[in-house]
Design a protein around this ligand. Structure first.
Ligand SMILES: [Zn+2]
Length: 234
């Protein structure tokens, strides 16, 4: 049987993309958001694959009009590539939110499920999930959820590890892909919305002493670099 598109179904530019293509576009988007041009070696690291296979895929993505590639400027998403990346990111973040809010999953367990389901869920299912939990603006880790029209809040935040002693901040987002890290953050009370003050910091990349509510905890700079914050006035 030939697949048919139901009448009235959203057309988008959605010929379905393969799972690896969606993962590449997501990775390129993430690198662009960190303010850098995506080189093939960055992509290889992020996707945990050999740099040689990245070049072939980048060529194919360019042929499909999803990225542009220049030797010294790296890989960039075209408008179509960006729309496709944001669709996958929306599916991922809505699924994480739905698992947490509707099904009571802990925040350290939703990412792995969403990594799988983001390629399988239809946009309609994802829209219904979002509606069922009140159209959240962020996922359980504080990452912004793109609207179905591809609008997303791209405010850049500082790393907690970049704050000086005495600075007050509010947690905006935490890295979502390390379950152990998330369990530890939950234990010490770090989650989006919480206020954190850097009480002291040791020189030469030593530990930071953080005040969270009434407790003080010591964390290493690596952990602090996985927490994004918004600086608050004194
Ligand atoms: Zn995630």
């Amino acid at each position: 049987m030939t697949p048919r598109r139901a009448r009235g179904a959203p057309q988008d530019d959605a010929r379905p993309l393969t799972e690896p293509v969606e993962d590449y576009l997501k990775a390129i988007y993430a690198i662009e958001q960190s303010g850098e041009a995506a080189g093939t070696s960055d992509l290889a690291t992020r996707l945990e694959i050999a740099p040689a296979s990245v070049s072939g895929m980048v060529r194919r993505l360019a042929d499909q009009g999803l990225v542009s590639y220049e030797r010294y400027r790296g890989v960039r998403l075209t408008d179509a590539g960006r729309r496709a990346a944001l669709r996958t990111i929306r599916r991922h973040r809505v699924i994480e939110s739905y698992l947490a809010k509707a099904l009571g999953y802990a925040w350290d367990r939703v990412h792995a499920e969403a990594e799988r389901l983001e390629h399988a869920a239809s946009d309609e299912l994802v829209d219904r999930m979002a509606e069922a939990i009140g159209e959240p603006l962020t996922d359980p880790h504080g990452d912004p959820i793109p609207t179905r029209d591809g609008v997303i809040d791209e405010t850049r935040h500082q790393r907690l590890s970049d704050l000086a002693a005495g600075q007050r901040s509010r947690v905006k987002r935490v890295s979502d892909d390390d379950g152990e890290l998330l369990r530890y953050l939950a234990q010490i009370g770090i989650r989006p919305g919480v206020m954190v003050t850097v009480a002291e910091r040791a020189p030469f990349d030593g530990p930071l002493s953080l005040r969270i509510g009434k407790v003080t905890v010591q964390v290493g700079p690596v952990l602090a670099s996985r927490v994004m914050v918004e600086l608050l006035p004194d």
